[in-house]
Design a protein around this ligand. Structure first.
Ligand code: FES
Length: 157
């Protein structure tokens, strides 16, 4: 269920668009609802967003499944979104993702045993010059190495 606080946040984004264009706020709405739901969406929440924005549920579903920003199964407190697109791959992302999986004892898409971290492979995050890179929350981490990853993981609480 979408809380009244979340609805207020969604209304803020809706107010940025002309009347009748409420659906333009769908990505923000999904982001807000996902955050409120511990980092993932489910069909009920997607339907609620559709209802709230007066959109067909299938249109919201299309957005929610097209973009990699949205998770459709439970995630850890922190999601390491690791780019595996061309620039990052050529600079060693595959090796680092394997290192991360081994260190956390998870496969991509899974949550670490302590529930703290999950790893997700994503397409280009627009920071190709900094590859290999990942995103955790709102923060980008670039020019990654195993040592940098160790330090980043140590700081996650
Ligand atoms: S290829 Fe990794 S950020 Fe663009």
């Amino acid at each position: 269920m979408i809380s009244s606080e979340a609805k207020k946040e969604i209304d803020f984004w809706v107010s940025k668009y002309p009347e009748g264009r409420e659906s333009s706020a769908v990505m923000q709405a999904l982001t807000i609802v996902q955050k409120e739901n511990g980092g993932s969406l489910n069909p009920d929440l997607i339907n609620e967003v559709a209802e709230y924005l007066e959109m067909p549920a299938i249109s919201v579903q299309e957005v929610a499944t097209f973009y990699e920003n949205y998770n459709h199964k439970p995630v850890g407190k922190h999601v390491v979104r690791f780019c595996h697109n061309i620039s990052c791959m050529l600079n060693g992302s595959d090796e680092l993702i394997s290192y991360l999986e081994e260190k956390l004892e998870v496969k991509t898409g899974q949550v670490s045993k302590n529930g703290l971290v999950s790893v997700k492979k994503v397409e280009c995050l627009g920071a190709c010059v900094g590859g290999p890179m990942c995103q955790i929350g709102d923060q980008y981490y670039e020019h990654l190495t195993k040592e940098k990853l160790d330090n980043i993981l140590e700081d996650l609480t």
